[in-house]
Design a protein around this ligand. Structure first.
Ligand code: NDP
Length: 297
């Protein structure tokens, strides 16, 4: 069998960002609306700082406004909720994103549910989760949305396919399942209590790994020709280079690439698409708040 097609998330994300930027310019020209995205970071988690920097840069490059709120780790829950209340009321802010994880003394669920669901560009608010589950029009979590776009680009129609998602988190696994169900896939959600995970994975035409365990999914778990989306981002020590790290996914890429039909690499797969989808959600949110139709992206 020849090696799988590599799904280039970087290229897909660059193309999506360019389409979003064109659409944002069109919305500004036609309606005078400049989408504004507020990003709230509490504390000094280095990975979050890098992520937030990238979001800010890409928001501005897409022709949108970026409002940054960096708060010390000791910020109390009440002060954070107060800031979110102000952002909810600010008409220049169309999207609000609170970077996770939050410090332990702050209840993330309370924070996420305080964000106005119309401005919840991460799609984590219980109203948006409910709309996705019931087929309504809400804002969809960015990572699974990016995965779905790459799957459709790679496979075309997904109807009737067997999809297996490993992981059932609220931010990846569950919304991914809802999206694939909406595309008429037959969906299985596996998790840490699943019996015989390799057997379950082997029936997947579409296998999505969102576990957080480096290279857990082996080549022998993959159906020949399957499309494999690796959401995992794991830092592991670099062999022979003490103190250095490299990023790997939840799928053993070297094995999987010889069996799968198509596969996303880590890095360069799902990650870049997540921010591009965030920008798309910010534009969608801005148009809906203004009561104007969002251009086709
Ligand atoms: P969570 O830790 O919230 O969820 C992990 C899921 O994996 C749980 O449902 C858990 O099952 C399941 N799981 C854990 N161990 C096993 C096992 N041995 N066998 C089967 N299932 C198992 O993680 P997230 O969903 O937040 O993230 C998953 C990965 O995706 C992480 O590596 C994260 O860094 C990455 N990620 C990447 C993003 C991107 O932009 N590319 C964005 C978000 C996440 P159970 O429920 O039973 O405990």
């Amino acid at each position: 069998m020849t090696d799988a097609r590599i799904i280039d998330g970087k290229a897909s994300a660059a193309a999506l960002r360019a389409r979003v930027a064109r659409a944002a310019a069109e919305v500004e020209r036609a309606h005078g609306i400049v989408p504004g995205l507020a990003v709230v970071l509490v504390g000094e988690n280095p990975a979050s700082q890098v992520y937030v920097r990238n979001k800010r840069k890409q928001t501005i490059e897409a022709g949108m406004r970026s409002f940054d709120h960096t708060l010390p780790a000791a910020t109390g829950e009440a002060a954070l909720l107060d800031l979110i209340g102000r952002l909810n009321r600010d008409p220049a802010v169309h999207g609000i994103l609170v970077q996770l994880p939050l410090p332990g003394h702050i209840d993330p669920e309370k924070v996420l549910d305080t964000i106005d669901s119309a401005k919840d560009v991460d799609g984590f608010h219980v109203i948006n989760a409910g709309r996705l589950a019931t087929g309504g029009q809400g804002l969809v979590p960015c990572t699974p949305l990016g995965c779905l776009m790459m799957l459709k680009d790679t496979l075309g129609g997904l109807g009737g396919m067997e999809a297996v998602i490993v992981g059932r988190s609220n931010i990846v696994g569950k919304p991914m399942a809802a999206l694939l169900l909406r595309e008429n896939c037959t969906v299985t959600v596996a998790h840490s209590r699943t019996r015989d995970l390799p057997l379950v994975c082997r029936r997947a035409d579409i296998l999505v790994a969102a576990v957080g365990r480096p290279e857990m999914i082996r080549g022998g778990w993959i159906k020949p020709g399957a499309a494999v989306i690796d959401v995992g981002i794991n830092r592991v020590p670099k062999q022979g280079e003490p103190g250095k790290h490299r990023l790997v996914g939840d799928v053993c890429f070297a094995e999987a690439v010889t069996v799968a039909g198509a596969i996303t690499p880590v890095p360069g797969g799902v990650g870049p698409m997540t921010i591009a989808c965030l920008l798309m959600n910010a534009l969608t949110a801005a148009c809906r708040q203004a009561g104007v139709e969002a251009p086709e992206i």
